[in-house]
Ligand binder design. Structure first.
Ligand SMILES: C[S@@+](CC[C@H](N)C(=O)[O-])C[C@H]1O[C@@H](n2cnc3c(N)ncnc32)[C@H](O)[C@@H]1O
Length: 354
């Protein structure tokens, strides 16, 4: 059945209206997350709008209006007699900080972030020009919150065990690079856990990791360093035992040059872990992708323009597993394993051995 055959005109109109409701609610979920409203609701159990306002340090009139969104969106239940609101426990587990990595409110922040970019995107779509990271308000912090859930929370129990003896090697002491580290929270966690190993984070944007660098200094960690680096000319032969990149390759100025450089930079027996978006390189294979519209939207609004903005190929978020595998092979990797992890429906984990 083609898309045209699947809806009557009336059904399609209903489908669009439903999207309006979902899209506007998602923006308000992001706001609720930023203000800690779901966390307060979970803590207080049953509240009036005044109590929620006091607890969260917000204005009551705004809170009452926000609660109305959540009630009509069937996220929060309302008891009209006492004018109290309840966030059900089985919903709270997908909306509160304490339930990371299952907090979907974190990911909802990409929607308003994309909305803020509309004027620049309109210009880019017409001109074909790219955008710079600095054009995006708070991209690095939203990205870091998201990858905290997919990467940091799963690091020791799910991600490191994908690589045979990696935990033991980190305990003995090896050199590790996070290429395109962003805020570098995964690296910080590793540096704390494995004092005998040395951890290096490279990223184009110094402002992405500046706060984490300060945090590492405050913790007196001597086994971690960050450097602002454009990885299009990455050339440090046989310098690292383990290299990781988390959702970073497809955004690069020159993704193939980075993969070539990573292959060269690995020492014998070295391992490259590439976490990147799960999907096919072919649109026709992504028709039933459960996150298809979201991922292609993020691609339109961020991943494609930031690569084009560096003179890159603009592979896009959905560059796909087929193209990724071909590029890894072109870099020299011929022992490639692919893993999907239950906690992270967004990504696939490629383990590449030299
Ligand atoms: C999608 S973010 C992922 C960040 C981080 N790995 C994480 O998971 O939170 C991609 C990162 O690649 C970095 N990046 C993009 N182009 C780069 C380049 N040419 N050289 C170095 N880093 C680059 C960006 O600054 C950004 O932090």
């Amino acid at each position: 059945m083609t898309i045209q055959e699947s809806y009557t005109p009336e059904m399609f109109a209903e489908h669009l209206v439903l999207m309006l409701n979902h899209a506007s609610t998602t923006v308000m979920i992001a706001l609720g997350h930023k203000l800690g409203l779901f966390d307060s609701l979970e803590e207080l159990e049953s509240v009036s709008s005044r109590e929620l306002a006091e607890h969260s340090g917000c204005d009551e009139r705004y809170i009452r209006e926000w609660l109305s969104v959540m009630v009509t969106a069937k996220i929060i239940s309302y008891e009209p007699m006492h004018k109290t609101y309840i966030l059900p426990k089985n919903y709270a587990m997908f909306l509160c900080r304490k339930y990371s990595p299952d907090n979907i409110a974190v990911t909802s922040q990409f929607i308003p972030l994309m909305g803020q970019m509309l004027p620049q995107l309109e210009k880019s779509f017409r001109s074909g020009n790219g955008l710079q990271y600095s054009d995006y308000p708070c991209f690095h912090s939203v990205m870091a919150e998201d990858s905290y859930q997919t990467v940091v929370c799963a690091l020791f129990d799910h991600i490191l065990p994908l690589m045979d003896d990696m935990t033991e090697r980190l305990q003995w002491g090896i050199r590790v690079l996070d290429a395109g580290c962003g805020k570098g929270l995964a690296l910080l966690k590793l540096a704390q856990e494995f004092p005998n190993s040395h951890f290096v984070g490279y990223d184009l944007c110094e402002d992405a990791f500046a706060e984490t660098l300060e945090h590492a200094k405050a913790l007196r960690l001597t086994n971690i360093e960050f450097q602002a680096r454009d990885l299009r000319d990455f050339h440090e032969p046989e310098s690292f035992d383990f290299i990781a990149s988390f959702d970073a390759v497809h955004d690069q100025a020159d993704p193939q040059a980075l993969l070539d450089g990573i292959y060269r930079a690995l020492r014998p027996r070295g391992t490259y872990l590439m976490q990147d978006i799960a999907g096919s390189s072919y649109l026709e294979n992504n028709l039933d992708h459960p996150l298809g519209p979201l991922l292609y939207s993020i691609s339109c609004a961020h991943c494609t323009p930031v690569s084009l903005g560096q003179g890159g190929p603009g592979l896009g978020t959905m560059w796909g597993e087929e193209l990724a595998t071909g590029m890894l092979q072109a870099a020299g990797f011929n022992k490639i394993q692919k893993h999907k992890l239950e906690h992270d429906p967004f990504n696939v984990y490629f383990i590449n051995r030299k």
